[in-house]
Ligand binder design. Structure first.
Ligand SMILES: N[C@@H](CCC(=O)N[C@@H](CS)C(=O)NCC(=O)O)C(=O)O
Length: 210
């Protein structure tokens, strides 16, 4: 098994943190996104969507999409559980992880790609085209994040972690979302003390420190 990834890529980092939490060590094959290796062979055949990360299995199967990779790794290495041990836990964690990803991570990712000059001509991941950058998308992403952060604060008032008392994939997604948001100058509002308390705890985990 190998992970095709680019070290600074936030989605790759989601998978790498997930692996570190589980103590999984697989060889990393660096895909140099800066030199457009994602649009060339051999990577293009592994993932025609031209994005990292991609997990290569020993039988030649390629799995793209960070959450799908985590799902596979969770099944292979159930301990410590990051996606739930039974039907109820799995559903609750997936509910929170989807909230983090759909309502926060993705709006922030689009906000970033529409704000930073370096993303001109590549506003959509894995594409190069002349779609313009729209400042409105950046603003909408920031607004969406602030709404989600307030909702997270309510949840974290009574829960140590996003999906309850245990650290899960939802915490990894949310942590990376906040890290991405820093790049468009959005930080946790001062009044959201529960989010701040949670972020400090997650940020100090050894899996995030390397
Ligand atoms: N939904 C995908 C998104 C993957 C993605 O957007 N990867 C970025 C790096 S974080 C990428 O490879 N971008 C290459 C490009 O835009 O050309 C996942 O969760 O794995």
């Amino acid at each position: 098994m190998k992970l095709h990834d680019f070290n600074p890529a936030p989605n790759g980092q989601r998978v790498r943190i997930f692996m570190a939490e589980k103590g999984i060590d697989v060889p990393i094959v660096e895909v140099d996104l800066r030199n457009w290796a994602q649009f060339e062979e051999p990577f293009l055949s592994m993932n025609p969507f031209s994005v990292v990360p991609v997990l290569e299995l020993d039988d030649g199967t390629f799995i793209g999409e960070s959450v799908a990779i985590c799902r596979y790794l969770e099944d292979l290495h159930p301990d410590p559980s990051l996606m739930g041990r039974d039907s109820k836990e799995r559903a609750v964690i997936q509910m929170w992880d989807r909230r983090m990803e759909l309502d926060g991570y993705l709006p922030v990712m689009h906000a970033l790609r529409n704000a930073i000059p370096n993303f001109e001509g590549r506003v959509l991941p894995g594409t190069r085209n002349d779609l313009p950058q729209h400042p409105e998308i950046t603003q909408r992403g920031k607004d969406a994040l602030l709404i989600l952060l307030a909702r997270m604060d309510d949840q974290l008032a009574n829960n140590r972690f996003i999906a309850g008392e245990n650290f899960s994939i939802a915490d990894i997604t949310a942590h990376q979302m906040i890290r991405l948001a820093e790049r468009i100058e959005v930080s946790i509002p001062e009044n959201l003390t529960n989010v701040a308390r949670w972020f400090a705890e997650v940020d100090a985990r050894p899996s995030l420190l390397d």
